[in-house]
Every structure is written in C-alpha cells, then in structure tokens.
Design a protein around this ligand. Structure first.
Ligand SMILES: *[C@@H]1O[C@H](CO)[C@@H](O)[C@H](O)[C@H]1NC(C)=O
Ligand SMILES: *[C@@H]1O[C@H](CO)[C@@H](O)[C@H](O)[C@H]1NC(C)=O
Length: 230
C-alpha cells in the first residue's frame, strides 16, 4: 500500500512538469491580459482561413512576405501601420490607419473613428506573438516580433485553426522580406510594367504546377456556396 502511495505521489510530481494539453475552449478565448504595445515592427508568419481559396491564392502569389511598422498617432488609440509587402524580391509599401483598444482592432474612417466589426486577439502561448481573428474576412493570422517562431508555437496556431475547422495554415516567409521598399505610385510606369510582367509570368507557372490543388479548392468552394445558399 505504501509503495502504491509513493508511486502515486512520484507520478503526480512528475506530471506537474508537463504542460496540460490546451483545449479549444482555452485556445479560442480572447486574450485576457493587457493588450500588447503594438508600436514597432511585426512579421506576418501564418494564415488560416475559413476557406482554402484564401491560403491557395497566397501560395499562387509566390507566398509574399509582410512586415508591419506601427506608429502611434496623436489621437488616442489610433495607429498608423506601414505595410511592406515583398513579392518575388520586389517590395511595395502602403500605409493604413487603424484603431486599437483592449485587444481589439478596428478599421477607421477619414476622421479616425472606429468602424465595423473588430478583429479580436486570441489567446497565444507565444510570448511575442499576436493571434488575430478577423471575422470580416474569416481569417486567423499569426504575427510576431520574430521572423521565425518555434515549431511548438506554430503547432499551437495550427491547433487554433483546427478548432475553428478552418484551412491548414499557409506559412509565410518573413526572412525573405526586403528592406528596399517603394510605394507602388512612386515606381516609374515602365519599370512597374516590367515588374508586373515578371511576377505574372511566375504566378502563371506556379498556377500551372498547382492546377490540381486549385481546382479542388474551387470545386469545394462552389459546393460550399451551393450548400450555403440552397
Ligand atoms: C503613415 O505612415 C506612412 C509611412 O511611414 C507615412 O508615409 C504616412 O504619411 C503616415 N500617415 C499619416 C496620416 O501620418
Ligand atoms: C468627419 O467629420 C466631419 C466634421 O465633423 C464630418 O463633416 C464628416 O462627415 C465626417 N466624415 C465621416 C466619414 O464620418
């Protein structure tokens, strides 16, 4: 009997060191800690969506990398995000204002008033990541201060996508981000055309090699639409 008791105590002491598996209930919870400071640089690392079309399109588009540089504005809770998108070695820059408070992000109108449905930050075991659920476009994204997260952190994000029944995450390659970014409007027309032609060529090659996957995704999509409307 005593041996049994000792064994139980030892086993329960051992199990203290093991993290309990996280349930979907925990993983789907909005973040309950104070919202992170958003200012500074973030890397977009993975995306899952309700439908595989979203992730397939990103893949066909040569898996662009996205870097966000966020600055706070004079108005409270209003931020400016400079978005740098690198696609096939070319980097384009755009900026966008948003409203952020209590782990919720909103689009803004021209007066910086929050608009529409919030994107909500969900629980994340990764200390310098944000898992953002965007209900407007039915997508879940993982962003981080780091260019690469650990396999365990990525696996947790995959589980979150599975909890929603959404697509397997498309992983983006933040390490391919270029620093040499220009606003699309600042690129001379001829150069812009040449860049677009080269990208189009690579995109069509990629689409050809992925034809089966794309077809399957579109078929599933139409079945999904048909089932939704009928
Ligand atoms: C937002 O940031 C971009 C890039 O730094 C800048 O060009 C733009 O003027 C800023 N917008 C506002 C309203 O400050
Ligand atoms: C912004 O504010 C101005 C002045 O109050 C108002 O006339 C205008 O309609 C507002 N714009 C929007 C998009 O709400």
């Amino acid at each position: 009997m005593r041996t049994f008791c000792v064994a139980v105590v030892v086993l329960s002491l051992l199990s203290v060191g093991q993290p309990a598996p996280l349930t979907c209930e925990t993983l789907m919870k909005p973040r309950d800690t104070e919202g992170p400071d958003l200012t500074g640089r973030w890397f977009f690392l993975a995306l899952s969506a309700e439908h595989c079309i979203t992730t397939t399109v990103l893949d066909v588009l040569l898996r662009p990398s996205f870097v966000f540089d966020v600055t706070s504005m004079d108005a409270p809770n209003v931020y400016n995000s400079s978005i740098k998108i690198t696609i096939d070695g070319h980097c384009f820059e755009e900026s966008k204002m948003f409203f952020y408070k209590d782990n919720q992000m909103f689009e803004v109108d021209s007066n910086n008033t929050a608009l529409g449905k919030a994107s909500v930050f969900l629980y994340s075991g990764c200390p310098d990541c944000i898992v953002k659920r965007m209900d407007m476009i039915k997508a879940l994204i993982l962003i981080s201060r780091r260019k690469v997260v650990t396999a365990a952190e990525l696996a947790e994000f995959e589980t979150q996508a599975r909890c929603l029944g959404w697509s397997k995450p498309q992983v983006l390659r933040a390490e391919h981000a270029s620093e040499n970014c220009r606003s699309y409007h600042d690129i001379p027309r001829q150069e812009a055309e040449a860049i677009m032609q080269s990208i189009q060529h690579k995109v069509s090659e990629k689409a050809t090699s992925m034809q089966e996957k794309i077809m399957k995704c579109f078929t599933d999509f139409w079945v999904f639409v048909y089932n939704t409307v009928s």
